[in-house]
Design a protein. Structure first.
Length: 165
């Protein structure tokens, strides 16, 4: 386990987030995007806002920054607002990852109930959470009649052979 491997794994995370956004979510009309459904967090919008909010929370905590409140999806009806906020969250994550060093992966910098988590465990959790959320979003998109594709890590590696670790 090393910092380079985590940066690679996050390239997958960012790439899949962007692919789902660009290919499958942007083409939705507003009603489809915000349609209330009785599944998990509700609408496609709600899932996206939750995904970026959780990413932001964990990375703020890793950097000992003030933990932001969970974002309320009703304040994100415009996709431009979501994309702008998500881009800021991703930039913060990339900045953190760019300075990550191997020895920091085993540190336990968090407080409270998360005090026993090593940095590597948090980083792994965030990517795993993202995969779960994208799977739920893909299910919602399927229910809307959208033909989606896989988000498997191995397909990312096949498509980005120069990105292999």
């Amino acid at each position: 386990m090393n910092a380079h491997a985590f940066r690679h794994l996050y390239e997958y995370h960012f790439s899949e987030n962007r692919k789902i956004w660009d290919q499958f979510i942007l083409p939705l009309n507003q009603e489809e995007f915000t349609r209330s459904v009785d599944y998990s967090l509700g609408s496609v919008r709600n899932h996206i806002v939750h995904l970026m909010s959780v990413d932001d929370t964990w990375f703020c905590e890793l950097q000992d920054k003030e933990i932001p409140h969970m974002l309320n999806p009703v304040h994100f009806n415009k996709r431009e607002k979501i994309r702008g906020h998500w881009d800021m969250v991703e930039k913060n994550m990339r900045n953190y990852l760019s300075s990550l060093e191997d020895f920091k992966l085993s540190e336990k910098p968090l407080e409270g109930e998360d005090k026993d988590l090593a940095v590597w465990q948090v980083l792994y959790h965030v990517v795993n959470h993202g995969t779960d959320q994208r799977a739920q979003i893909l299910r919602l998109l399927h229910d809307l009649g959208v033909k989606t594709g896989p988000q498997d890590y191995i397909f990312y590696v096949y498509d980005h052979s120069q990105a292999k670790v």
